[in-house]
Ligand binder design. Structure first.
Ligand SMILES: Cc1cc2nc3c(=O)[nH]c(=O)nc-3n(C[C@H](O)[C@H](O)[C@H](O)COP(=O)(O)O)c2cc1C
Ligand code: SF4
Length: 414
């Protein structure tokens, strides 16, 4: 196994996550203190830019660039949002951060909010995460008592309020403009961009939205410097990543590995390999919206690279063995996307529903020639005409399955 580097998980299992004293005893809130006493927002931003950190919410957008856009906006009212919606099936990394080291996340939120000049930060939490909501409420209270939050933080000129906003658990509300709509009390559906949230975001004010895992890297970067962070992981996307490995592996769990680690290493060495008596068929990388990777491509490096064929997405990896029924998989993907399509645009609202109907017929062995033609049309429509990326997401795995396993998919149908 490659040299173990722990940034996000370094305290997992070592401290009591409910005790702020435990976090402080292992160097917690030192980065916030350093930011307040020795740095300016501009200097801290420089460190984040040097680190090469990019977003762990799926798109891999450079974090420094996003923060800079908001920092340079002149508005007196700005917002910072921690995205903890995490509705991607098979993804539980952000939830694990809250379970195991919530103060690290909170410290990152406070620093990022102060860097951009936010008057208020929100933690947008998935409504199904009741246990994590209670943890977050507790740790926000503890941080307030220590004056890491609130008025004149640690005797400085900085003030910050944090609100925990509980979403309804809709997949689309993880998309940042839908999330903003949801906090504003509007329907949880995406908005047209531009303008981007960094200019016109929450309540029409400049807003930075970051994924919880992205934010959890910030205390490390501020404490040790961006240059050091940039030496970890891959050149294209430095740092580590939380990978959630599920399915037919011996040890399904969340693992922290340097970006650039090979998919085969993650499956064989981190997750203990394929379960005894089972044979690897393919892996789905990036959650339910992820692409299917065959055995011949297992040597691929996992990193954020806009040119890569396979996007990392949330970092969820589902390992499928040869006993799995492909028809059941198709139906489960489409049941999800049909349910989660927000309904704003016709191609996605209708397309996901039609593909779900066809997936049911495939499972029942009732596929017709017309369905085979319709599949191609619907996949094209989802890929090319929908309002937001969810449409494309819905077509990704289904399209890969049709391209790679045509024989298996159509053979069993009458
Ligand atoms: C359909 C859809 C669902 C998304 N769900 C999430 C989510 O649950 N959590 C998340 O952090 N980002 C999610 N995103 C990405 C966000 O829109 C946004 O890019 C991200 O929160 C930015 O943070 P980052 O730069 O730290 O990755 C989703 C995007 C789309 C299109
Ligand atoms: S693509 Fe789907 S989720 Fe996105 S706006 Fe259209 S209907 Fe809503």
């Amino acid at each position: 196994m490659e040299k173990e580097i722990k940034i996000i998980t370094k305290n997992w299992g070592q401290i009591n996550p409910n005790q702020i004293a435990d976090y402080i005893a292992v160097g917690g809130y030192i980065s916030l203190e350093k930011f307040i006493k020795e740095m300016t927002p501009a200097l801290a931003l420089e460190e984040i830019k040097l680190s090469g950190l990019c977003g762990r919410g799926g798109a891999g957008f450079p974090t420094g660039m996003k923060l800079e856009s908001v920092q340079k906006e002149k508005s007196k009212e700005k917002y910072f949002i921690c995205n903890l919606d995490e509705s991607e099936p098979g993804t539980y990394k952000d939830r694990s951060i809250v379970d195991c080291d919530p103060h690290m996340l909170l410290e990152g939120i406070i620093i990022e909010a102060l860097i951009v000049g936010a008057c208020k930060a929100f933690i947008y939490v998935n409504g199904n995460y009741q246990k994590q909501i209670a943890i977050l409420e507790r740790v926000v209270g503890q941080a307030q008592e220590k004056n890491f939050l609130g008025e004149k933080i640690l005797g400085s000129k900085y003030n910050l309020e944090i609100e925990i906003f509980v979403g309804a658990g809709a997949y689309i509300c993880g998309e940042e403009t839908a999330l903003i709509n949801s906090i504003e009390g509007n329907r949880g559906e995406p908005k047209l961009r531009p303008p981007f949230p960094t200019q016109v975001g929450l309540f029409g004010k400049p807003t930075a939205v970051n994924n919880a895992e992205t934010i959890a890297n910030i205390p490390w970067i501020i404490a040790r410097g961006g240059k050091k962070y940039a030496t970890i992981g891959s050149k294209k996307s430095p740092g580590t990543k939380l990978f959630i490995i599920n399915g037919s592996v011996k040890n399904p769990a969340v693992f922290e590995a340097p970006l650039g680690t090979k998919l085969s290493t993650l499956i064989d060495e981190y997750a203990g390999g394929v379960q005894k008596g089972k044979e690897f068929w393919f892996a789905q990388v990036g959650g339910s919206s992820g692409r299917l990777v065959l055995k011949k491509d297992l040597n691929m490096k996992l990193e954020y690279d806009r040119e890569a064929k396979v996007s990392l997405g949330s970092g969820a990896i589902l390992v499928i063995d040869k006993t799995v029924d492909i028809h059941e998989l198709l139906l489960s993907w489409m049941s999800f996307f049909r349910r989660e399509s927000c309904g704003k645009c016709v191609p996605c609202r209708e397309g996901t529903f039609r593909l779900w109907e066809i997936a049911k017929r495939l499972q029942d062995g009732e596929i017709s020639e017309r369905d085979v033609i319709a599949i191609k049309d619907i996949l094209w429509t989802l890929n090319n005409t929908t309002f937001c990326p969810l449409g494309k997401f819905a077509a990704t795995a289904f399209g890969d399955a049709i391209n790679n396993f045509q024989k298996e998919i159509y053979r069993l149908s009458k």
